[in-house]
Write a protein that binds this ligand. Structure first.
Ligand SMILES: [Zn+2]
Length: 244
């Protein structure tokens, strides 16, 4: 009887959110984070719009040619991780991929979600382990809603999923993507694994925090007067002001 009670308790702890017990899968630790575009090939990209708390919660990366000149260009996974979302969410999002990464910070295991929006194609599946640098999709324009670009977010809170409106829109939930990447290019933990939490997203929308987030994005600014992410074999940070 005691064993049965223990099993029941274990099952309850597994399914009740907030009880501390979570489903996990074993996944490789990130050994460093790279930008999602422009690591290989001749194309150049610039950050058309940056991260702004309570405003734009990610970065828009665009080809320097403007317009749809970057439509179909490859988008790369920024670090080893697990694909936790890969669907067409429609609305202002279109095709979205979210990858969850475990990494070491001061000896502690931390988690972060990277989000890639408006993709023309999705080339990974939910539940798939994805190595750093793997092509996970291509730059899209959400069926003509925008000039083709990559909307890219990094979330320190791994419970947001597609319900941004239910969470604060600030640094308590998000990282500035370029700042995070610049500070985490090379990390300890290569070749080791971590227990990565899964099924952390709400199944339906939790209560909204503050005003609802707008779905559509404004037109992109032209590439003039913004830093260009130039091609570089090793992609050294100190060569790219936009990654500071
Ligand atoms: Zn955006």
């Amino acid at each position: 009887m005691r064993l049965r009670a223990l099993l029941l308790l274990t099952a309850l702890l597994t399914v009740i959110p907030g009880m501390g017990a979570e489903e996990t899968v074993s996944a490789f630790m990130a050994d460093g984070f790279d930008p999602p575009l422009g690591l290989v090939g001749p194309k150049q990209y610039y950050r058309a719009r940056g991260f702004r708390p309570n405003g734009h919660l990610g970065e828009d990366w665009n080809g320097v040619g403007g317009g749809d000149t970057d439509l179909g260009d490859p988008v790369y996974n920024i670090a080893h991780g697990l694909v936790v979302f890969a669907r067409n969410y429609k609305l202002g999002w279109g095709n979205v991929v979210i990858i969850r990464h475990a990494y070491l910070e001061n000896g502690q295991t931390q988690f972060v979600d990277s989000l890639y929006g408006h993709l023309n194609e999705i080339l990974v599946q939910e539940g798939q382990q994805a190595a750093k640098g793997v092509k996970i999709g291509t730059i899209g324009n959400n069926r003509g809603m925008y000039d083709a670009h990559l909307h890219f977010e990094m979330r320190k809170n791994i419970r947001v999923g597609m319900f941004r409106s239910s969470f604060p829109r600030d640094y308590s939930i998000y990282w500035d993507p370029s700042e995070f990447i610049a500070a985490h290019r090379t990390l300890a933990g290569a070749g080791t694994t971590a227990a990565l939490p899964i099924n952390t997203f709400p199944a339906s929308a939790p209560p909204v925090v503050g005003a609802p987030m707008q779905q559509a994005e404004a037109p992109l600014v032209k590439p003039s007067a913004v830093p260009v992410l130039r091609r570089g074999g090793s992609f050294k940070i100190d060569r790219y002001d936009d990654l500071r």
